[in-house]
Write a protein that binds this ligand. Structure first.
Ligand code: NAD
Length: 312
């Protein structure tokens, strides 16, 4: 088994994931540009590292959970990055759980193939393995250890990562070559954003035609439009208990993050001559939510934008 696990990016998601590794008995080396959160983990017994390079000098396996493709590229390939030493690297497995575009994942994986491992680190490989392994399940799933991981990269690397990932998640799905995990994630969120907007539009129109949202939801959920956005995360205030719509769209998955994921999808589509007309439309609607000062609200608040005709 692994000796030391590096963890970089201890934010809303990463801090819970790192806690679950500690609970499972792993020893951590942590790094974040936010000193306060690093301090919190060193009080729990983790080693605090000043840079990604320092993490890679101590850890056998590294997990990253960062906000953007730029942060991920810097942490892996930048000055004092995880792979910046290039030769005789200690970590044989690096797992990026951030949501980024497939191209960034592929670039980092290609870079890693030009690096070398300290001798005998991982049977059959002379270079470190980088996996793109974004997650679904949100902060609640991160806390409960019930995330879904979508893994792209060398399959033996995915097998080696399994014991570790299963401390943080329930489902580990191997997708294929580098970049396919990131592709799966942005496609999932594209479908989710469009379904949330579609359900919101229908529930808005229905109410304006005189059908109450509870009744219409019941009909959806026993009919062909039933989906997660209607039966698990309904966007109309008061229709379901315990969802963001019923607490003024606070908590949950923000419009800001959904906008970011749709931008990644649209950019990837443009680079690959794929059409995503619905993603473009919904991305602009999330842009409107953010411009209206509601970027921090849960993404189901797109219902409000449609129902009222403004994000106010
Ligand atoms: P967050 O902003 O709460 O956390 C990011 C952490 O990374 C912060 O602690 C920040 O200080 C640190 N950081 C930023 N740049 C850094 C750098 N260069 N070096 C070291 N540390 C750095 O974000 P989050 O909500 O935890 O999300 C992380 C990733 O997970 C994102 O890619 C997001 O899209 C994805 N994701 C989030 C959710 C969710 O519900 N929040 C769900 C699924 C996937």
């Amino acid at each position: 088994a692994f000796q030391w696990i590096g963890f970089i990016g201890l934010g809303n998601m990463g801090s819970h994931m790192a806690n679950n590794l500690i609970k499972a008995g792993y020893r951590l080396v942590v790094h974040d540009i936010n000193d306060a959160t690093v301090q919190m983990f060193s009080e729990k017994g983790a080693i605090a590292a000043k840079s990604p390079l320092e993490v890679s000098e101590l850890a056998e396996v590294v997990i990253t959970m960062l906000p953007s493709a730029k942060a991920v590229s810097d942490v892996y390939m930048g000055k004092n990055g995880l792979l910046s030493k290039r030769d005789n690297l200690r970590p044989f497995l690096l797992i990026d759980a951030s949501t980024v575009d497939p191209k960034t994942s592929c670039t980092i994986s290609t870079f890693s193939r030009q690096c070398s491992l300290a001798e005998g680190r991982f049977e059959g490989f002379d270079h470190p393995i980088v996996l793109d392994s974004p997650v679904s399940g949100g902060v609640v799933g991160a806390q409960a250890g019930s995330l879904t991981f979508m893994v792209g990269g060398i399959e033996d690397g995915c097998k080696a990562a399994e014991p570790l990932l299963s401390c943080m998640g329930k489902n580990i799905l191997y997708c294929g070559a580098s970049g396919t995990g990131s592709a799966a994630k942005i496609c999932n969120n594209l479908a989710l954003a469009v379904s949330m907007a579609g359900v919101s539009e229908a529930l808005s129109l229905g109410q304006k035609l005189g059908i109450n949202a509870h009744t219409l939801t019941k009909i959806f959920n026993t009919s062909s439009s039933r989906c997660w956005s209607s039966d698990t995360y309904n966007p109309v205030p008061g229709v379901m208990k315990g969802v963001p719509a019923s607490r003024e769209y606070n908590g949950g998955f923000s419009c800001q993050l959904m906008k970011k994921d749709l931008e990644l999808a649209v950019a990837a589509a443009n680079e690959n001559n794929a059409l995503t007309p619905l993603a473009v439309q919904v991305k602009n609607m999330y842009g409107e939510m953010c411009e209206g000062g509601n970027g921090g609200k849960d993404f189901s608040s797109i219902f409000k934008l449609i129902y009222r005709g403004s994000s106010e």
